[in-house]
Ligand binder design. Structure first.
Ligand code: AMP
Ligand code: MG
Length: 352
């Protein structure tokens, strides 16, 4: 299959862009797949109410079929058409955070096929905050199932070229809307739990949810790397975001971390390996390795979220064998950053 690539500037949806969105929408209505930008990461979209589209999404990604898809909508009114009932918490949270990087889990109704929910009676729903995504959802009939637009197990794409790398030839269209804003997948909150529960940390933090709901719980398995329990979001049990090289995270006070990583890098280089270091603007000049990349600034950790997946992919492009990364505080957006980094590292963490 030939994959059509179109470029759209989110800030200038002119006639040409509108026509491209219409074409992309008709691809999805006809059961085809389109990769598109959202504010979190690029999504691989198909008609969420068409079982054959969801099957195609799993096939194109090589994703295990028990890992449910998130349904993307563009208007709050469309929510009640696919769930048993809209919980009060969903109204409050959507008012506070939609459109935005928050996914809510509710009881599904019969319109949502089990192929989309991985066999579950619940469905995950989100309204993305990106004009290209919202326009595409409208043109597609209102409901787009979209996981991240990467081959299963690779870091999620935050720029279109990595969608091209993973999905070219497998889907009908890729919309290039530039680098995404946030860079980490949405926060997932389960509203079917007695107390709403965070199943995946993201840009919307526990503190922000607490302010709206009062009470909130968190699936401990996603933050405790020693936990042997199964995470409640089926997808969280898979090794995600994995770069090709071996990644180790190092935690401790700054000077010791730098010294330790430099020592390990020397050893690896002496053993003939290509070594990469993932650091921050503050420490970048202190490292010696084949490739040293800053993921952002510690003063503003949203810069780290923005760059993390791109940097992991860039290390793959550089054929790096071994990587060492600094760690991040497990609070605010740092919790989501550490959750993704630990997964990328297969939970290899050295605490000094
Ligand atoms: P991705 O589409 O790659 O961002 O992954 C979607 C995530 O949402 C996976 O971790 C899924 O397991 C999770 N998810 C989707 N639907 C549900 C659901 N109904 N219940 C629990 N987790 C879900
Ligand atoms: Mg994903």
């Amino acid at each position: 299959m030939e994959t059509k690539l179109v470029v759209i500037d989110e800030k200038n949806i002119d006639e040409e862009a509108a026509a491209a969105l219409k074409e992309a929408g008709s691809i999805i209505r006809d059961g085809g797949l389109v990769a598109f930008p959202t504010e979190t990461v690029y999504g691989l979209g198909g008609d969420a109410l068409n079982p054959s589209s969801s099957k195609k999404i799993y096939a194109a990604k090589g994703r295990p079929s028990d890992n449910p898809l998130i349904v993307h909508i563009s208007k709050f009114e469309d929510l009640e058409k696919i769930v048993k009932e809209v919980p009060e918490a969903a109204r409050k949270l959507s008012e506070a955070f939609w459109p935005g990087p928050l996914t809510m889990i509710m009881e599904k109704n019969d319109r949502v096929p089990y192929e989309t929910t991985g066999g579950l009676d619940t469905v995950a729903i989100r309204m993305p905050n990106n004009k290209i995504a919202l326009g595409l959802i409208e043109e597609s009939g209102g409901y787009i199932a979209a996981p991240s637009a990467n081959t299963s197990g690779r870091p999620s794409p935050t720029v279109a070229r990595y969608c091209v790398e993973d999905l070219s030839g497998k889907i009908e269209m890729i919309i290039d809307g530039g680098q995404v804003g946030i860079g980490l997948e949405s926060t997932i909150v389960d509203l079917t739990a007695e107390v709403p529960m965070i199943l995946r940390p993201g840009y919307i933090t526990a503190e922000m949810l607490k302010e709206v709901l009062g009470d909130i719980s968190i699936d401990r398995t996603i933050i405790d790397s020693s936990s042997t329990e199964k995470p409640k979001a089926p997808g969280m049990k898979y090794r995600h975001y994995a770069p090709k090289g071996d990644l180790m995270i190092v935690e401790g006070v700054q000077d010791e971390v730098v010294a330790f990583i430099n020592e390990k890098s020397r050893e690896a280089a002496a053993a003939g390996k290509r070594v990469g270091v993932i650091c921050t603007d503050e420490t970048m000049p202190m490292y010696n390795a084949d490739v040293v990349k800053s993921v952002g600034n510690r003063e503003d950790e949203s810069t780290v979220a923005h760059e993390l997946f791109k940097v992991l992919r860039e290390f793959d492009d550089e054929n790096i064998d071994v990587m060492y990364s600094e760690s991040f505080d497990d609070s605010g957006i740092g919790q989501a950053i550490m959750n993704r980094l630990l997964k990328a590292a297969g939970h290899q963490l050295t605490i000094l």
